[in-house]
Design a protein around this ligand. Structure first.
Ligand code: B12
Length: 267
């Protein structure tokens, strides 16, 4: 195990202001931790046979911005985070290549257009499973990976590397509190009350709604990650009270601010 190299990677990530980094050995995909599990062609080793470890990076989605969703504000933030994830993945894989460890990064999404996902809502590699196996979080009823730091308001990318890096332990805690706010507030009723993966979301409904928002320049939706009460980011922004997203919050000054933002930049 190359501990010195992992320290270098962590140092590099700290310099780049990447707050979440985890490492999963590729063997972790071989032992399904629940059913259904990702099929074998989606395993890192199947995609990049040289891989020994998967490094997962996470960048937060700023809570006050996603609170305005659907909006041009969240749309632009989403694009910025996506671009940074791809750039950091590319830079880190090149850094490892230069040190003599064959490495490649996987784009943070990996689809041509939302139309593709309406018919086939799957990418060639799942970052949320990678993040789970790298110990960054646990699955929520909303089908996303919840983290202690940002709840589900974090986007991921993964780097496959031949380097044998010390793994991070899986998170033992179950972070989802099953409040069902994501189920109640999903604008298209796509989320099932059952735990993941017994309750898989209605991806067709979610993707079709995203397509509608896309036509208005204000995709994606993200309500299910906005309303989730989990995450230390809520303490930073003083947003522990999630009732502000429901009917109770109708008259708050935050609602005025969100309404204002939503009035511009999209159609
Ligand atoms: C396709 C996709 C979508 C689709 C389908 C979502 C879904 N739940 O699968 C749509 C358009 C609906 C969507 C919506 C959203 N997405 Co999206 N999406 C993706 C994408 C590109 C691929 C995910 C994928 O392949 N899923 C399919 C499988 C892996 O997921 P699954 O169905 O839960 O898998 C179970 C079973 O189906 C089975 N299985 C797994 N793989 C396969 C494959 C096959 C063929 C079969 C039959 C079965 C199977 O095993 C799993 C259980 O162990 C990823 C980026 C990436 N490359 O990982 C982002 C990603 C999952 N999305 C993300 C986000 C944030 C969102 C949204 C909040 C929108 C937004 N950005 O604001 C919503 C949330 C929807 C929700 N509540 O799940 C984040 C999640 C971050 C997190 N914290 O978990 C990701 C990881 C993007 C990123 N780089 O961070 N998304």
């Amino acid at each position: 195990m190359n501990t010195a190299l992992k320290d270098e990677i962590l140092e590099k990530c700290a310099v780049l202001d990447i707050p979440m980094v985890g490492v999963a050995p590729v063997e972790r995909w071989n032992t399904p931790l629940f059913e259904p599990w990702v099929p074998e062609p989606f395993y890192p080793k199947h995609i990049f046979p040289e891989a020994h470890s998967v490094i997962v990076l996470g960048l937060p989605v700023s809570l006050p911005v996603i609170e305005t969703t659907p909006s041009i504000y969240y749309h632009e933030l989403y694009r910025t985070i996506n671009s940074l994830l791809d750039q950091y993945g590319y830079r880190l894989s090149n850094f490892l290549n230069q040190k003599g460890y064959p490495s490649v990064f996987v784009p943070r999404d990996g689809y041509g257009d939302i139309d593709v996902l309406i018919n086939n809502p799957v990418a060639f590699f799942s970052h949320k499973h990678a993040a789970f196996l790298a110990g960054l979080g646990s699955f929520g009823v909303n089908n996303t990976l919840l983290t202690k730091e940002y709840g589900p308001r974090v986007r991921f990318t993964s780097i496959f590397t031949a380097a044998e890096l010390p793994p991070d332990p899986l998170l033992e805690e179950d972070l989802c509190i099953r409040c069902m706010d994501c189920v109640r507030q999903c604008p298209v009723g796509a989320i099932d009350e059952k735990d993941y993966p017994d309750g898989l979301i209605r991806k067709d409904l979610c993707a079709r709604y995203s397509k509608k928002l896309c036509d208005r320049y204000i995709s994606p939706c993200g309500v299910c990650i906005k309303v989730c009460p989990v995450g230390e980011d809520r303490v930073l922004y003083g947003r522990e009270d999630v009732s502000v997203y429901g009917d109770k919050g109708k008259d708050s000054e935050l609602q005025d601010a969100w309404g204002h933002v939503r009035g511009y930049g999209g159609k």
